[in-house]
Ligand binder design. Structure first.
Ligand code: HEC
Length: 131
């Protein structure tokens, strides 16, 4: 009995509380994006900051729409490439990821040169909430 209960909890837990990091990993976002450094695409931290500054209260919606529909030409330095559309993500997943990206905006500065973030480990639990 107990075992059944526990595995049920684990199962529902993973269904309902898919973390932003899991969504980002499962969908291959990290092939182009990094959290705090530039790769083939702007860092999530910079995206969060830019959208907060320019979109204000709409920042979250703009980010969700860009992930869902794709984006091109907003970030001049990346004008050679484009953000593909991820129409497969649910509204809830988009929301989770957008919150996560916005929560990274404070990390845009000071993390530039590869310090700080071990691969994988640092990203897992640590980054989300702790300030
Ligand atoms: C093929 C490379 C690639 C992949 C994969 C990719 N992106 Fe992007 N992304 C880009 C590029 C390039 C831009 C810059 C687009 C622009 O200049 O408008 C971008 C921009 C963005 C933006 C900013 C949009 C805005 O309105 O400010 C967000 C948010 C974003 N990506 C999230 C994601 C997420 C989440 C995933 C995974 C589900 C993902 N990206 C996967 C290349 C990629």
């Amino acid at each position: 009995m107990k075992k059944l209960l526990i595995s049920t909890l684990l199962l529902t837990g993973s269904l309902f509380a898919q973390s932003a990091q899991e969504i980002i990993q499962d969908n291959g976002c990290l092939a182009c994006h990094a959290v705090a450094s530039k790769k083939a695409a702007p860092a999530f931290a910079g995206i969060g900051r830019r959208n907060k500054r320019f979109e204000g209260a709409n920042a979250k919606e703009v980010i969700m729409a860009s992930i869902k529909n794709g984006s091109q030409g907003k970030y001049p330095r990346f004008s050679d490439s484009a953000m593909p559309a991820f129409a497969n993500l649910t509204q809830e997943q988009l929301s989770t990821v957008a919150d996560y990206i916005l929560s990274q905006s404070s990390k845009a500065r000071g993390m530039g040169k590869g310090g700080g973030m071990g691969r994988g480990q640092g990203m897992g639990m640590g980054m989300g909430g702790g300030m």
